[in-house]
Design a protein around this ligand. Structure first.
Ligand SMILES: Cc1cc2nc3c(=O)[nH]c(=O)nc-3n(C[C@H](O)[C@H](O)[C@H](O)COP(=O)(O)OP(=O)(O)OC[C@H]3O[C@@H](n4cnc5c(N)ncnc54)[C@H](O)[C@@H]3O)c2cc1C
Length: 472
């Protein structure tokens, strides 16, 4: 039996800049494996959502192609599957790039010690983050809770730069193991309409990720700092699902030459990658925050359980056009622009008073980029319960936000097509328009497009009173 070097693919579905793959390939051929873990991730909020599963299916196919169709897939409990792999094969080395979700850290720590007990050369690497969370601490050795000093003092100033990008020549893979399955057998494709619909919007895989990044660098990065707030402009990279699944690494982006773009835009774009680092940092240091309020005061918050409100929000039928456009973009494409994510999240937690965890769960199921760290940190930030959170009284007003960030209504009308003939002047507060405006736009108000499910002013007052109850 010949010896094999195993690289375990997880959220690093790429060949280039893959430190663990490089390690496994150093002595010859690699045995690449992927395991769909159906056992260790027990919390329903963290489960692989349907949109993410769609992405994973296509990403694994793309990776498999780059690996000469030699990827070995498994489903079940990695602890058991890896145990069997090492019993049935002569394993020379076993390596992976680290993951940072609490449940993954627990599982991987156990697997590492099992492999060590069996005298297997086991190595783990950083393939996902620019800075390891345990490397960045305040002077008193405690973790940062505020983004700016974390990024500026902790990451940029105090520490040497992120590791350099690793360029790999062709990786040679060993023949597939008899015990393994192919990608299709993982049954990842959702049963609903996303299965076919998402194809219209996305090219998945390592090559597509790099092409998208280059397109963004050449076209969208110039003007990013301001333009990133306007959902109809092409100033954001839309790289989030590629980054989540590791089809491109933050290192590849960080070090790529951007000298043709203004420094303020490049700096701002890098700081958004910094927010991604901060999210991972937070869930590493405060793992409980994935399901509990970071700020314990919010444990007593009087959340509402109004199912009709929740349904209206999920389906994009709240009567607030910018909110509805965002929720429908999510349902249609598996993505939502960041500005609109903040608006719809604020609307759910502050105008509808629905618990941020319920919003997180919906996002987790519908976003192709659903990411435990970014999703958790961002929802808690919006709810006011997280680190460096938006002050509770900062309640996004969907009317003003719409007018300011989608002034001509291009984004809103694209995803709420029944309002396509509505004048921009009244678009974000249709109730202010008189009957003739509706008539000219061909809309029967309340039938073709819903009236608001809550009043912004009243719901804001109720939210502030609810906050008064816990802030003392
Ligand atoms: C309620 C809410 C939930 C969110 N859930 C997720 C999620 O599940 N997965 C996810 O990747 N992002 C999430 N975000 C953060 C952000 O909205 C997305 O990362 C961003 O919109 C992705 O679009 P982009 O790739 O074009 O971003 P760009 O502006 O091009 O930024 C480049 C990359 O930086 C990172 N980034 C940008 N903004 C943020 C941010 N505010 N926080 C953390 N990282 C950021 C992302 O990896 C992004 O791909 C959430 C934000 C909110 C308000």
């Amino acid at each position: 039996m010949s010896k094999i070097s195993i690289h375990w693919f997880r959220n690093d579905l790429r060949v280039q800049d893959n430190p663990s793959l490089q390690f496994a390939a150093q002595n010859g051929s690699v045995t690449p494996i992927f395991i769909l873990d159906t056992v260790n991730n027990t919390e329903k909020e963290f489960k692989l959502g349907e949109a993410g599963a769609w992405w994973l299916h296509h990403s694994l196919h793309s990776l498999n192609k780059s690996l000469d169709n030699k990827i070995n897939c498994f489903t079940g409990d990695p602890i058991k599957i890896i145990g069997e792999l090492i019993s049935n094969n002569q394993v020379e080395s076993f390596s992976w790039n680290r993951c940072y979700s609490p449940w993954e850290i627990k599982r991987d720590t156990l697997i590492k010690s099992l492999l060590k007990e069996k005298n297997i050369n086991v190595k783990t690497f950083n393939g996902t983050l620019l800075w390891e969370p345990w490397e960045i601490l305040k002077d008193d050795n405690t973790p940062y809770r505020v983004f700016s000093p974390f990024y500026r003092k902790g990451c940029l100033k105090k520490h040497s730069g992120p590791r350099k990008v690793i360029n790999l020549d062709d990786v040679i893979c060993s023949e597939r193991l008899d015990s393994s399955k192919d990608v299709d057998s993982l049954n990842l494709l959702p049963k609903n309409s996303w299965k076919d619909k998402f194809k219209k919007y996305w090219n998945v895989g390592e090559k597509a990720a790099m092409e998208k990044y280059i397109h963004f660098r050449n076209n969208g990065l110039n003007g990013y700092k301001e333009g990133r707030n306007f959902p109809s402009q092409e100033n954001v990279s839309v790289l989030s699902p590629h980054l989540h699944f590791g089809e491109i690494s933050p290192h590849q982006i960080w070090y790529n030459d951007k000298s043709n773009c203004p420094e303020k835009d490049v700096g701002h774009f890098h700081s958004e990658l910094g927010w991604r680092e901060f999210s991972y940092y937070l869930i590493y240091h405060f793992p409980f925050m994935c399901s509990e309020n970071l700020n314990k005061r919010f444990d007593k918050f009087p959340w509402s359980a109004n199912k009709d409100f929740l349904k209206a929000w999920q389906m994009g039928n709240t009567g607030y056009p910018i909110v509805d456009a965002g929720m429908r973009q999510l349902w249609e494409t598996g993505y939502m622009h960041n500005r609109v994510r903040m608006i719809v999240a604020s609307f759910l937690v502050k105008n509808l008073l629905i618990d941020w965890r319920i919003g997180l769960e919906w996002f987790n199921d519908c976003l192709c980029d659903a990411d435990l760290a970014n999703n958790t940190a961002s929802w808690q930030w919006t709810a006011g319960s997280g680190a460096d959170a938006a002050p509770y009284f900062r309640i996004f007003n969907p009317i003003l936000q719409g007018k300011k960030f989608d002034p001509e209504g291009l984004y809103t009308k694209k995803f709420v097509p029944e309002l396509k003939n509505f004048p921009a002047k009244h678009l974000f507060a249709p109730w202010e328009a008189n009957d003739s405006v509706f008539k000219d736009a061909g809309i029967e108000y309340g039938k073709d497009y819903p009236k608001p499910i809550v009043s912004i002013e009243e719901s804001r007052d109720i939210a502030l009173k609810a906050y008064d109850q816990i802030k003392g």
